[in-house]
Design a protein around this ligand. Sequence first.
Ligand SMILES: Cc1ncc(COP(=O)(O)O)c(C=O)c1O
Length: 413
Amino acid sequence: MRLKDTELTAQELKDMVDKYMVETYERYDFIAERAEGMYIYDEEGNAYLDFYGGVAVNSPGNRNERVIAAIKDQLDDIVHTFNYPYTIPQALLAKKICDTIGMDKIFYQNSGTEANECMIKMARKYGTDNFGPDRYHIITAKNGFHGRTYGAMAATGQPDTAVQEGFGAMLPGFSYAQFNNLADFASKVTENTIAVMIEPVQGEGGVHPATQEFVEGLRRLCDEHGMLLLFDEVQTGWGRTGAPMAYMGYGVKPDAVSMAKAMGGGMPIGACCAVEKVANAFTAGAHGSTYGGHALACAAAYASVSEIIDNNLSENADEMGRYMKKQLAKLPHVREARGRGLLVGCEYDIPIAAEVKHGCLDRMVLITAIGDSVNRMIPPLIVTKKQIDKLIRIMRAAITDAAARYYAMDLAS
Ligand SMILES: Cc1ncc(COP(=O)(O)O)c(C=O)c1O
């Protein structure tokens, strides 16, 4: 849809959103009307360089040609069916994903949070089926993020933030340990613990990669106690960290993994993959989804995953991520540039992340801010050095302005 076809002005459209939509998002003041590759265009045709990637979704590029062609092709045949007949996109996608990442089975969902619900339920059911009714507890990481539905919210180790606050009692059975602290995870294990669940790189929590020792240590801990290792790869999955799945880069295989975002290349889809013994916990009636495995979403996901693998976009993510970190580290006020692949965080020595984000937006580059002092860059995996150089130039200007304002305010107060 284009604004010119609606007979509304840009301001009238924005006012309509303010009036009718429940807003939990701080809106950027532009209308995203079209997108292509590394760019999003507003209603006047202005191009925004996209280091946001639809929140790590548009990994093969905005409106990737192969994904769009697959959607158009599938539209001519079937859009949605119920989950009882076989469908071709479901079957092809299941084999492609399981073969690529070394898992036995997949269960389709519609989003990241649902993929995590599925993984949490699978682990709990595996625990109670095999070890008795109390063995369903899961240890997750403090400052992690797993989604907004009740199981995923409870798994999110942020009891003092807006994710959990004000919603009453959380789903029982979760305890939180310090990320990258194996001893703390070990200390939380009880006879009722069935699993440990982490993000290989904490994304929403400020871009903190797990250390190699931590990931290997968690695998050992789980094996010693007969527990499952669960990875939330909703943000890290499908090439972002420099390997198809982040765990493949660590060389440590979990018992189950959740995925979404890049999987669909822009279409809403998620999934949980598991090794056979865990997947077997789900029998008829134990779980289900009307839309999970939607033909259009699966066709798009088959194209997205194939595009990422066939073009080795994880290698570009690795190379460009290293380059971006090196360049970011040279900018003023940068305390640390960190991350894995193209999940990159830039931490400052003063609280200017929101200002820098807006400074970049004013200069038509899209980045995100996490908390007061971290900006996160999660571009499509097709990004080039030249585009990173532009990001760096613009961030330098935005940081300089933000720092000047910060010190002016500091002196005034
Ligand atoms: C690691 C992780 N898990 C789960 C989610 C939730 O995904 P969704 O917003 O698709 O429900 C996110 C979203 O950012 C995420 O980063």
